[in-house]
Structures are given as structure tokens and as C-alpha cells.
Design a protein around this ligand. Structure first.
Ligand code: UDP
Length: 246
């Protein structure tokens, strides 16, 4: 877990946005993972996903408060959250400002069509090269379409870890583009699913709001949070032991 947490981006949100803006303007290739404890736990269990997280070309940003708290337990300081929802909005605004192109892949038919309307009406500078819902049978086919269109920004909302896997497995075929797995961000931005009230966000309890309203998340909460804290504590204990034996 420490290895992942050490790799998490440690600047402030504004600094990160500036870096993303530069990458966009320079037509660079980037892969951004918006991390919460759950995603780090996938990396912990699954060798292939571990490789994705630690790859030098992936940037991990602290989406969930658990990432910041977990890092702190190891003495690693991360100044604040950079969420997938906020990054998605920022990328839409940047593409609007610089007339860059985007491709949106994932979420339901209704949500993706709301996103399309929102962008066309409010961010008309964006060149929307394609939108596709995330429930099509052949997801690789969509990736092939994206390859033909070569967008500047590709947002993939298929849930963790599907979205990261599909991006990573196709990344080598792109010369440029900012790729982000954004989870439920389209649901929130399109207004289909409400983000937690501001007070929950402020108190760092957004996660509590989310599980309270979808009980199916309880299991995920256990896997991704309770087990996560235990894992970190275990690693710290082992570190101390090693230190003593030296
Ligand atoms: N999703 C999708 N195809 C799938 C599974 C999920 O498009 O096969 C979408 C889902 O509609 C939602 C998004 O992926 O918009 C993220 O799902 P979830 O909230 O479960 O993921 P999280 O953000 O918690 O990782």
C-alpha cells in the first residue's frame, strides 16, 4: 500500500490543473487514475492492476479522503483531494477554452445523452468527437473508434477497475490524449445522481453519504476501507519490526 501512496500526486489541485492544461496544449499523452482506497486495494490483490498503478506513465490523484488519511499514517503528506468529478469538469472547461476535442465513453444511455446536451449547450467550444454508453457488448470496439478519432481528452466511466484496465490495455496505440477513468462523474455532472450535500463534503464524509444511499456499497466499503486500514496498519507494524531487527 505504501508504494501506491508514495506515488500519489502531492501538489495542490490548482497545480495539477495547470499541469493538465500544459499537457493538453502540448498534445502529450497522459493516463490519470482517480484513486480511492478501493482502487488501491484492487492493486494490492491483483498483480496486473498493481502494474497499472505503478507504471511510470500513470498519475494517481487523491480522489477519496481515505487516500489522504492512509498516506498520513505513513507520514506522507497530501494537501487535499482532487476528485474525478472536479477533474472531469475542469477538462470540459479546458477543451471549451482551447477548442480541443473529447470522447466520452461510459455510464447509461440516458446519462451520456444528457452529457452530450450539456456540452453542446454550455461548452460549445468542445469538439465532441463521440459519445458511447458503457453498456455496449463490445467495449473494445468503442476503443477502436476512439483510436480512429484521436481525441485530445478521453473520459471513461465504466467503474473501477474496468475503466482503468481498458485504458491501460489500449494506451500504447495512442500518440496523444489525456485519459481518465472517472467512475460515476457523468452521473453527478449530468444531474442524474446528486453529489453529497456540501456539508458532507466539507466534513470529509462524502463516502458516508454515498453508501447510505446505496446499500449495495456496504460490501465495497468493507473491502475498500476497513480492510484497507488493517492492511496499512500491518505494513507499518512490519516496517517497525524490520527497523528493530536492523
Ligand atoms: N458503468 C458502465 N458500464 C458498466 C458498469 C458501470 O457504464 O458495465 C458505469 C455506471 O453507469 C456509472 C459508472 O460506470 O456511471 C461508475 O459506476 P460506479 O458508480 O459503480 O463506480 P465508481 O465511481 O464507484 O467506481
Amino acid at each position: 500500500m505504501k508504494e501506491f501512496l508514495e506515488k500519489v500526486y502531492k501538489g495542490k489541485q490548482e497545480e495539477f490543473y495547470k499541469e493538465v492544461e500544459q499537457k493538453l496544449l502540448n498534445e502529450e499523452k497522459a493516463f490519470i487514475i482517480t484513486a480511492n482506497p478501493e482502487i488501491l486495494m484492487v492493486g494490492n490483490k491483483d498483480k496486473e492492476f498493481d502494474k497499472i498503478l505503478l507504471d511510470k506513465n500513470t498519475t494517481i490523484i487523491p480522489d477519496g479522503i481515505g487516500v489522504i488519511k492512509g498516506a498520513k499514517m505513513f507520514g506522507i503528506n497530501i494537501p487535499g483531494r482532487i476528485t474525478g468529478v472536479d477533474l472531469t469538469l475542469e477538462l470540459i472547461k479546458l477543451c471549451d477554452k482551447y477548442k480541443k476535442s473529447m470522447y466520452l465513453f461510459g455510464s447509461t444511455k440516458e446519462v451520456i445523452s444528457k452529457m452530450k446536451i450539456l456540452i453542446e449547450q454550455k461548452y460549445s467550444g468542445v469538439k465532441l468527437l463521440g459519445t458511447q454508453n458503457g453498456y455496449v457488448e463490445n467495449k473494445q470496439e468503442v476503443m477502436e473508434d476512439i483510436k480512429l478519432k484521436k481525441p485530445d481528452v478521453v473520459l471513461v466511466a465504466l467503474g473501477v477497475p474496468k475503466q482503468e484496465r481498458i485504458i491501460y490495455n489500449n494506451l500504447q496505440d495512442f500518440e496523444k490524449g489525456i485519459f481518465v477513468g472517472i467512475g460515476g462523474s457523468f452521473d453527478v455532472i449530468s444531474g442524474s445522481k446528486k453529489r453529497a450535500p456540501k456539508i458532507f463534503i466539507k466534513l470529509n464524509l462524502e463516502w458516508l453519504y454515498r453508501i447510505a444511499f446505496s446499500p449495495s456499497r456496504w460490501k465495497r466499503f468493507y473491502e475498500g476501507n476497513i480492510k484497507y486500514i488493517f492492511k496499512i496498519k500491518k505494513e507499518i507494524k512490519e516496517e517497525k519490526k524490520k527497523g528493530k531487527n536492523r
